[in-house]
Design a protein around this ligand. Structure first.
Ligand SMILES: C[S@@+](CC[C@H](N)C(=O)[O-])C[C@H]1O[C@@H](n2cnc3c(N)ncnc32)[C@H](O)[C@@H]1O
Length: 309
């Protein structure tokens, strides 16, 4: 699956002829179905409609980042990502879509309704006035945010773990999860100030793998790294200091359980975190480039340290 997304995680595409159909003919709905009075379907009035409260002002990152965890929700965009959230056992609150997507997404609608979610249908212009952008991935779902598991639970059975210290960019967080799932980390731990893996953009960039890879917040930071060591992990920082061990030397003697700690985009790892780790490992750089993007560094290192490499 390429980074542009040609694999099984891709969203339902829109083409000039309109949306492609993915549902079975047998369960396809007509527009009239959206007028059903069974309680699951609701025709959206406008931004004042209380039914759409979960979806108001999606372009305000600061507001949404605060409100969504407070209100116990997150958003998933596009048929495949929403389906992936449902398959992970997450419960839907509501599915928002325009009339033209009701039939192509009939299977998804059935699953959302079956899992207790409401279906909110409206004109594209009305949806745009609510969300702040054109809902071009067919549908957006608001989901109940799952309770985060304990660090111990997340680490159980894991051999390769990524730890993200204060990574602030949702795109980077999503890309790290995609690499964790695709290359093979069995857990991701994020510090209290790290960007939310369940924020809309992180979910989308991860292609839904934030629902697949076990993760939780680790606190207090960085003292809690001691819990990984007690569980038998060697804790290695990925860092750029001159004293660091080169990655190709480090992989010559790989530990059974390994946690790789990655730093924030601008400043890299904090001095306090570096004091808590067992090793510092560097990916040698060329071409006058001083460092990699944090998600790229995670992918390179994960591949190099895969068990049996
Ligand atoms: C963009 S880098 C931060 C660069 C920052 N100036 C520094 O000195 O760490 C973000 C994180 O990616 C990881 N990283 C990037 N390039 C790396 C490399 N060549 N070797 C090891 N880790 C690297 C480190 O964990 C780093 O904290």
């Amino acid at each position: 699956m390429g980074p542009s997304g040609t694999g099984p995680w891709e969203s339902v595409p829109v083409n000039a002829a309109g949306p492609q159909t993915t549902g079975t003919v047998g369960s396809a709905r007509t527009e009239l179905d959206t007028e059903r009075q069974d309680g699951a379907f609701h025709r959206v009035g406008g931004v004042e409609d209380p039914a759409v409260a979960d979806f108001v002002g999606l372009t305000d990152v600061a507001l949404r980042s605060r409100r969504e965890p407070e209100q116990g929700l997150y958003l998933a965009e596009g048929e495949k990502v929403i389906r992936r959230a449902l398959e992970a056992g997450h419960r839907p609150r509501a599915l928002l879509l325009s009339d033209r997507w009701v039939q192509p997404l009939s299977l998804l609608i059935d699953r959302v309704v079956g899992a207790g979610g409401r279906v909110l249908v409206g004109e594209p212009g009305v949806l745009e006035s609510i969300t702040g952008f054109h809902v071009h991935r067919g549908a957006i779902a608001s989901m109940h945010r799952p309770v985060l598991p304990s660090v111990e639970r997340v680490l159980a059975g894991a051999r390769r773990v990524l730890v993200l210290e204060d990574v602030v960019d949702h795109t980077n967080v999503g890309a790290v999860f995609r690499s964790a799932a695709g290359i093979g980390a069995q857990a991701v731990l994020v510090t209290p100030r790290c960007a939310d893996p369940l924020y809309r953009r992180a979910v989308r960039v991860s292609m839904g793998t934030v629902f697949q890879v076990p993760w939780t917040r680790i606190a207090p930071w960085p003292e809690a790294l001691g819990r990984l060591k007690e569980s038998g992990f060697v804790v290695a920082a990925l860092g750029l200091s001159a004293q660091a061990c080169d990655l190709d030397r480090f992989v010559l003697d790989l530990p059974e359980r390994l946690a790789l700690v990655l730093g924030t985009e601008g400043d890299g790892l904090s001095g306090r975190a570096l004091c808590e780790v067992d090793r510092v490992v560097r990916i040698p750089m060329a071409g006058g480039v001083d460092s990699l993007n944090v998600a790229a560094a995670a992918a390179v290192a994960l591949w190099a340290v895969r068990p049996g490499a």
